[in-house]
Write a protein that binds this ligand. Structure first.
Ligand SMILES: CC(C)(COP(=O)(O)OP(=O)(O)OC[C@H]1O[C@@H](n2cnc3c(N)ncnc32)[C@H](O)[C@@H]1OP(=O)(O)O)[C@@H](O)C(=O)NCCC(=O)NCCS
Length: 339
C-alpha cells in the first residue's frame, strides 16, 4: 500500500499516455493511436471536469504514475466508471480496488443511483475484477468504430435495489454469488451444503443455476446494498407436469454483514411478484426450524404447512428439523392451465 491516490491533473498527460499505451500493448490487436483516437489524454482532467466528472491518479513511492480512474455522469442517475488502468507491477495489491472505491464514492456522493462501465471483451482480468466488485453484465455487446475493432461488454450495478439477472448478468454474477454462498454457509446457513463449502463447489452450483436462468427454468434475483451484491433468491419455475401453477423459493441468502436491513424481506417480496408475473399462484419452500428464515417467512405472512424432524444434517452430525411453508398468490398474471 505504498501508492498514493490523488486527483488527476492535465500535467499528468505523459504518465497517463504511457500507462494507457502499456496496458493496451498487453493485448494483441489493440492499436494505440494518441492523436487519432485518444487525444483527450493530453488534458484529461479538463476533459472530465468539462463533463461534470472527476479523475484520479495513483503514484508509487517514487512519484511515478502507476494507476488511474475516472467517472462521469450519464443519464437517469447513472455514473460511468472509466479509464481503469493499472501498471502491471502494481496489480494484485489492492490498488485497483482503492481506485474503484474512490470513484464510486465520488459518484455516490454526487447522487448516483447506478454505476455502469464498458470493458473490452479481451480484458478478461478486468471482467473478473468488476464481477468481484458486484458489477454484472448489462445489455448487448457494443461494437466500437475504432482502429482496434473493439467489442465491449457493458457492466452495471445499482447502488441499492433488486434486479432479475438475465442470462448474461447471471453468468457474470457467478463469482460474487459463490462468495455469498460460501460466506452464508460459513456463518451457519442451512441451504443444502455442509460447511466448510469449497469455492469450486459454490462456483459450479451457481454456473448450473445461471444456465437454468438462461433456460427460464429459474428466476435469479440479486439485491445490492451500498453497491455490494449482498443478497440473492432463486425462484424455481421447473415444476412437475401436474403443478404448473406452483413455484418454489430457494437459496434466499443475505450477506451476514448486511442482515436485518430488510434485504431478505425485499428479495422475498420481489420473488413473489415475479412468480405472480409468471402466472404462478402457489409458492412453497422449506427452511430450517427456529432459524432466521423461519422468522422472516412468518413475518412476511407465509403459512406453515408442518415440520419434519431430523430433516437435514450439520457438519458435526447433529440434525435439524425443517418447516414447510406455502403462500397463495392472488395477483397471478395469467393462471397456468387449470386442472
Ligand atoms: C434469512 C435471511 C435471508 C434474512 O435476511 P435479512 O436481510 O436479515 O432479513 P430482513 O432484514 O429482511 O428481515 C425481515 C424480517 O424477518 C425476520 N427475521 C430476520 N432475521 C431474523 C432472525 N435472525 N430471527 C428472527 N426473525 C428474523 C424479522 O421479522 C425481520 O424483520 P425486523 O428486522 O423488522 O425484525 C438471512 O438471515 C440469511 O441469509 N440467512 C441464511 C440463509 C437462510 O437461512 N436462508 C433461508 C433459507 S430458506
Amino acid at each position: 500500500m505504498n501508492e498514493t491516490i490523488r486527483p488527476g491533473r492535465d500535467a499528468d498527460a505523459a504518465g497517463f499516455i504511457d500507462l494507457v499505451r502499456a496496458c493496451w500493448g498487453e493485448y494483441p490487436g489493440l492499436v494505440f493511436d494518441l492523436d487519432a483516437e485518444v487525444p483527450e489524454l493530453r488534458a484529461l482532467a479538463t476533459y472530465y471536469a468539462g463533463q461534470g466528472g472527476a479523475l484520479w491518479a495513483a503514484d508509487d513511492a517514487q512519484g511515478r504514475l502507476v494507476g488511474m480512474i475516472a467517472t462521469r455522469p450519464e443519464a437517469d442517475g447513472a455514473w460511468e466508471i472509466c479509464r481503469v488502468y493499472l501498471d502491471r507491477a502494481h496489480r494484485g495489491s489492492g490498488l485497483a480496488a482503492r481506485l474503484l472505491g474512490r470513484a464510486e464514492a465520488h459518484a455516490t456522493a454526487a447522487g448516483a443511483t447506478r454505476l455502469l462501465l464498458w470493458s473490452d471483451t479481451r480484458f478478461e482480468r478486468a471482467h473478473r475484477f468488476y464481477e468481484k466488485h458486484s458489477y454484472v453484465r448489462s445489455g448487448p455487446i457494443r461494437p466500437l468504430d475504432d482502429l482496434s475493432h473493439s467489442l465491449e461488454y457493458g457492466y452495471a450495478k445499482p447502488l441499492a435495489g433488486i434486479a432479475v439477472l438475465d442470462a448474461a448478468a447471471a453468468a457474470s454474477a457467478v463469482p460474487r454469488l459463490a462468495t455469498l454462498l460460501v460466506d452464508c454457509v460459513a456463518a451457519g446457513a442451512s441451504v443444502s451444503f455442509l460447511a466448510p463449502l469449497g469455492r469450486d463447489v459454490a462456483l459450479s452450483y451457481w454456473r448450473t443455476q445461471a444456465r437454468a436462468a438462461a433456460e427460464r427454468r429459474r428466476v435469479l434475483l440479486a439485491a445490492w446494498a451500498d453497491g455490494v451484491l449482498a443478497g440473492t433468491v432463486t425462484l424455481d419455475l421447473d415444476m412437475p407436469a401436474n403443478q404448473p401453477h406452483r413455484a418454489e423459493i430457494k437459496k434466499l441468502l443475505v450477506d451476514p454483514a448486511c442482515r436485518r436491513r430488510g434485504l431478505g424481506r425485499a428479495l422475498l417480496a420481489r420473488a413473489e411478484a415475479e412468480a405472480a408475473a409468471a402466472g404462478r399462484s402457489l409458492l412453497t419452500l422449506d427452511t430450517r426450524a427456529d432459524d432466521a428464515g423461519e422468522g422472516l417467512y412468518r413475518a412476511a405472512g407465509w403459512s406453515e404447512a408442518g415440520r419434519i424432524p431430523d430433516y437435514s444434517a450439520n457438519a458435526d452430525g447433529s440434525r435439524d428439523a425443517t418447516v414447510i411453508f406455502y403462500r397463495r398468490l392472488s395477483g397471478a398474471a395469467s393462471a397456468a392451465p387449470a386442472r
